[in-house]
Write a protein that binds this ligand. Structure first.
Ligand code: ZN
Length: 198
């Protein structure tokens, strides 16, 4: 079944990254704002709503901004994850960063990295440092990215009973590390399997 929005118009083509699905799209389908000066028939330029042709959801543009704006971080295909919860938690980290909730982003990143390490065979109920070392010792962290290990370890130093308020740079660094790990552990494996079976 093919569902679509009714009464859309052809408007000036616009390239943007969809804030819902993360796809880079070029769309000329949507709605425009008009006024009496424009006889309510041509765009006044004050606002447009573009419809994403991947997920069908609407994005609003005014002169300066896009709502919703694209989420920070790499957009992974949900299919690369065996466990959908891994994907959901990764998306939650991106949403935290979008909402400037950087400390929450770090906490969720730590949880995700611990989960990924266990998924790769690490023992359960260990410390965050243990899991970072595990990923490093098992060579999931490439040789030229070893310095990341120290950066990430320092963001895991606080025990859960301490409160450290983290900043944007910390959260974004942590997410970049998480992206690298997900790329190596899940995405490359998925791409290889897809390639072998095509
Ligand atoms: Zn979309």
């Amino acid at each position: 079944m093919n569902e679509e929005w009714l009464k859309t118009s052809k408007i000036d083509s616009k390239k943007f990254i969809c804030g819902y699905c993360g796809n880079s799209i070029s769309s000329n389908i949507g709605y425009y704002m008009s006024n009496s000066y424009h006889n309510y028939s041509t765009p006044s330029g004050a606002g447009y709503i573009y419809i994403c042709h991947h997920c069908n959801k609407p994005t609003y543009f005014d002169f300066h901004s896009q709502t919703p704006s694209p989420m920070y971080g790499k957009n992974f295909n949900e299919k690369i994850f065996d466990d959908q919860k891994t994907w959901l938690l990764y998306q939650e980290i991106r949403k935290c960063i979008e909402a400037s909730a950087y400390t929450s982003a770090i906490m969720a990143s730590r949880k995700l990295l611990m989960h990924i390490a266990v998924d790769c065979g690490a023992e359960k109920n260990k410390s965050f440092q243990f899991y970072v070392d595990f990923l490093n010792n098992q060579n999931y962290i490439p040789k030229n990215s070893k310095e990341w290990v120290d950066i990430i370890r320092t963001k895991g130093n606080d025990a859960n009973h301490d409160i450290i308020i983290y900043e944007e740079t910390d959260a974004k660094q942590m997410l970049q590390f998480v992206e690298m790990i997900i790329t190596i552990i899940y995405e490359m494996k998925y791409k290889l399997e897809t390639y072998m079976h095509s």
